[in-house]
Design a binder for this molecule. Sequence first.
Ligand code: PBG
Ligand code: ZN
Length: 321
Amino acid sequence: MKRMRRLRSSNAIRKLVQETHLNVEQLVYPVFVIEGDNIKNPVDSMPGIYQYSIDRLGEECDRMMERGVHNLLIFGIPAHKDEAGSQAYDENGITQRAIRYLKKTYPEIFVIADVCLCEYTSHGHCGLVQGERILNDETLPLLVKMSVSLAEAGADMIAPSDMMDGRVKAIRKGLDTAGFVHIPILAYSAKYASGYYSPFRDAAHSAPGFGDRRSYQMDPHNVKEALREMAADIEEGADILMVKPGLAYLDVLRAASERFDYPMAVYNVSGEYSMVKAAAGNGWIDERRIVMENMLAMRRAGADIIITYHALDVAGWMKDE
Ligand code: PBG
Ligand code: ZN
């Protein structure tokens, strides 16, 4: 008889044969920054997640430092929105000011800046709009301006999430021309048009005012297309590739990590977080077990980097172990 249970018989031997490990260095924590003073607004659909004004952002950073989470993905929520999302590339925009604050006060935090117009446009789309159409080529220069202005503010890495064609190439060229050859690009390459983003859209005030994002984000029916997106992003100069959402797209992550010798990131998105929190809040599941299992699932599927709203909880649990 094959005695499979031999390797499960004690904690020590189970640890010796573990195939997958999670490190706190692999976690990225998304943070929302809002215009104003003395604000810490809970996001109703995401228990434990808040929008902070810059003067209170330090509270969240202190929690990060305490837990040993050093990577932050920043999302700014501007007070003023317009058709062209002009606050996205204003040197005094909310995100630029927040990054300057972060890099000055917490130089040890690695700041990743999400690049997209949807938080900044009055219509809530990720690009410029003409009638009902989302314009591609006309949007690119704005994404470039935004990327350069975030790099000037001190961002350590640029993460375009807009899904316009050609944006990685345009941003790479813009960064290089502005002297930011050393700033890497984390491309949201396989970003699906997903129902799992709705809590984020409450948190970031970025729901589209009309229509949906299916003319630019990917169709959930497709996997091969995700691989083509990634190949294109590599050609265009991406340094790290991403699959988003995470748990419902682990097959895509596995296929991508087998195909490409590039670091792979996964975004364990807002809806995935909210579902766990809702079930845990009702006492229906053991939050800690479920979250740790989800983290392992993403690591097993090939993620090197996990962007997750659970990051601080995970880091805390890893500390008590
Ligand atoms: C901006 C952006 C979104 C997310 C990350 N960057 C929202 C969207 O595309 O609508 C979603 C993150 C989440 O749900 O946690 N384009
Ligand atoms: Zn967007």
